[in-house]
Each structure stands twice: as C-alpha cells, then as structure tokens.
Design a protein around this ligand. Structure first.
Ligand SMILES: Nc1nc2c(ncn2[C@@H]2O[C@H](COP(=O)(O)OP(=O)(O)OP(=O)(O)O)[C@@H](O)[C@H]2O)c(=O)[nH]1
Ligand SMILES: [Zn+2]
Length: 330
C-alpha cells in the first residue's frame, strides 16, 4: 500500500462524529467516500462504475460484514479508484436500496435471495415463437415485479415468427404495457419505455435478449470486453447479472442468472397493491380472505356479480395469484 493510499485509508476508517446526531461510537462513517454503481459481480470481485464513468474493480471490505452486494447497488468505495489494471478498491457501504428483486432460493429452501437492486422497471422478454411463449411464466414474472414494487412491461420478440394477439388479450385485463419487437425492426417504443429508467430484463435463454441488448446498446460487446480487461476474466464464466448504460439515458440490467423465480415468499397483499381497483373492493372481504376462486365470500365475486368489476380482471388477478404455486423452474 502506498503512503497516499494509507492516508486515504485512515481518513475514511477513523470514526467521526457528526453534528448533533453522533453515530455508534465504534462505527466509522464513510459519508465522504465516493458513490459507485455495481455493474457486475464475478467470484467475489465487484465491477463498479464511478460517477465519472471510470470502471473500477472492488472487493467487499470488513465493515460490510455479511451484508450482500448485488448488481444495481449503489455503494461507497475507498482505496485505489484509478481503474488501472491490477488495482482493487474496497466497498465500505451499501446505500439504501429503492427496490429489491428477490426470489426464494429453492423450493426446499426458505432462504430469499436478492437478485438485483434499484431497478424501477422489469422487462419481461418472451418470444412469440421459437421458443413458444408461456403465459404462466409471464404471470410469475408479473408477481415478482408487483411484489418488488417494480413496474413491469412485457416485450414480445420475434414478431416475424408469430402473432401476439392471443397473449395481448390475456394481458389486457391486467393493464400491463406491451411492446412487440423483431430483429432489425424499429425499437423506438421500447426505447421510450426504458429511457431514464433502470430496467431489469428477464426471460429465458433463446428469447432474443442478447439481440435486443446489442441493438439498444451498440457498444455492449465493447463494454463487456473492457470489463474483461479489468477483471481478467471471461464473460461466459460469469452467471452474474450485468448493468449496461443506455446511450439514450437510463440503464438495463441483463440477468442471465435468473433461471427461476421461487415465489413462495410473496404475500397476496403485495400483489393486490398493483390492482388498486380490486384492492378497494377487497377491503370488504372477510378477514383472511385469500381472494382465490374457492373463497365463498370474497368481495371480488360480489363486485363482479353486481357489475362493479369486470369479470375478466378478477379472473386474471386470480390467475396471477395462483401462478405463485406452480413449478419454479423455467
Ligand atoms: N426469427 C427471429 N429470430 C430472432 C429474433 N431475435 C433473435 N432471434 C434469434 O434467436 C436466437 C436467440 O437469440 P439471442 O439474442 O441469442 O437470445 P438470448 O435470449 O440472448 O439467448 P441466450 O444468449 O441463450 O441467453 C438467435 O439465433 C437469434 O438470431 C427475431 O426477431 N426473429
Ligand atoms: Zn377476497
């Protein structure tokens, strides 16, 4: 460690008291350490971008303890932030997360894992054919988005191979926005949805995510190889999500690692929040009502019978609720 680095170390590690609201005696504060964003993670090495765009490799430092750091996190870093090859900064603090996308780790495991932090939009990518679209999978992604308070949109790809009409009629009662794309086709509508947002892309292998990402971020490959220069590791060994800045504002987080969304942790209350009209009516439900079709006195049924709610909206909401219980793997 150079003398300059050591100085910086001490400056940030010395506990400081602030004004009238002192922190715990032994806990250092890093309020002046620069903020960076985690763009990808590979075997304990965190690639972060500083506010000026410098790409820095960092590791977790002791003050974090067992706290997780995920892609999309905003962190404070100390140490060498030059980004030069072979240098390593340290992550000393994770800033409060605005959103977290999580999943139950496994069906036989009660653990929840955070996948991505601070996304405010989820793009559910499904091909119209090859591989065939699966409404059940869209439903499960919607549940995950509603649970996390992340606004979902559905992006149907490969429009040259199939028609979106049937799926559109299934989605219409859910009030979810949809864009339809095809390779080489216009992307203006999708760009409008992504601009100035942090969007997490989910979808299984082969749906055309890379094709989309490359069209949206023309230098995505270059950015990836730059990361490789820094970490000295190959892209394909990583199962981490990766955050890419969009040239028109905002960023996207590609998630090759998401193979499944265990959804056992998701509570009905979290889903119904995304359906304000139903939530209003459900205030009249008996205590503990699950709002599922077998509930004898669910207020949603009463409202449908009295013409206060469209039946198809309640049916769609129940399909979403029920999708939590279906197989996690996709
Ligand atoms: N016909 C057609 N094929 C497409 C379209 N978009 C992508 N493809 C093809 O579909 C295949 C999968 O596309 P990718 O972009 O690699 O899909 P991905 O979702 O990134 O898949 P992984 O890389 O395995 O995660 C490739 O052969 C693409 O050329 C499209 O709009 N129409
Ligand atoms: Zn009910």
């Amino acid at each position: 460690m150079s003398p300059r680095e050591r100085d910086e170390h001490e400056r940030f590690e010395r506990p400081r008291r602030r004004g009238s609201r002192p922190r715990t005696k032994d806990r250092p504060t890093y309020d002046e350490a620069p903020i960076a964003r985690v763009v990808t993670i590979d075997r304990g090495r965190y690639t972060v971008t500083a506010e000026d765009g410098t790409v820095v490799t960092a590791m977790k430092s002791r003050p974090l303890g067992r706290q997780g750091v995920v892609v999309g996190d905003e962190v404070r870093i100390v140490g060498d932030q030059s980004g030069r090859e072979g240098t390593l900064a340290r992550i000393v603090e994770v800033l409060p997360r605005r959103t977290v996308l999580r999943r139950t780790a496994d069906d036989d495991e009660a653990l929840e894992r955070v996948i991505v932090a601070n996304a405010d939009r989820m793009v559910i990518v499904q091909a119209l054919a090859d591989p065939p679209p699966r409404m059940g999978l869209i439903d499960r992604c919607l549940v995950a988005a509603f649970d996390a308070g992340i606004e979902p949109i559905v992006c149907f790809t490969k429009a040259d191979l199939g028609s979106p009409d049937d799926l559109l009629s299934l989605l219409r009662p859910l009030d979810v926005r949809v864009v339809v794309t095809q390779r080489g086709g216009p992307l203006d509508e999708l760009r409008d949805e992504l601009r100035d947002h942090t969007s997490v892309l989910v979808g299984h292998s082969g749906v055309g995510k890379s094709t989309l990402v490359n069209a949206l971020v023309p230098d995505a490959d270059r950015a990836t190889s730059h990361v490789n220069e820094v970490t000295g590791r190959g892209r394909h060994t990583s199962t981490s999500a990766q955050l890419l800045a969009l040239p028109f504002g905002g960023s996207i987080i590609d998630t090759p690692g998401i193979r499944s969304f265990g959804l056992r942790h998701v509570e009905t209350d979290h889903i119904i929040r995304a359906f304000p009209d139903l939530a209003d009516v459900a205030l009249d439900c008996p205590r503990g009502c699950t709002h599922l079709v077998e509930e004898p006195e669910c207020a949603l049924d009463v409202a449908v019978a009295e013409g206060r709610l469209p039946a198809e909206r309640v049916v769609s909401f129940r399909r979403i609720l029920a999708s939590r219980a279906t197989a996690a793997e996709y």
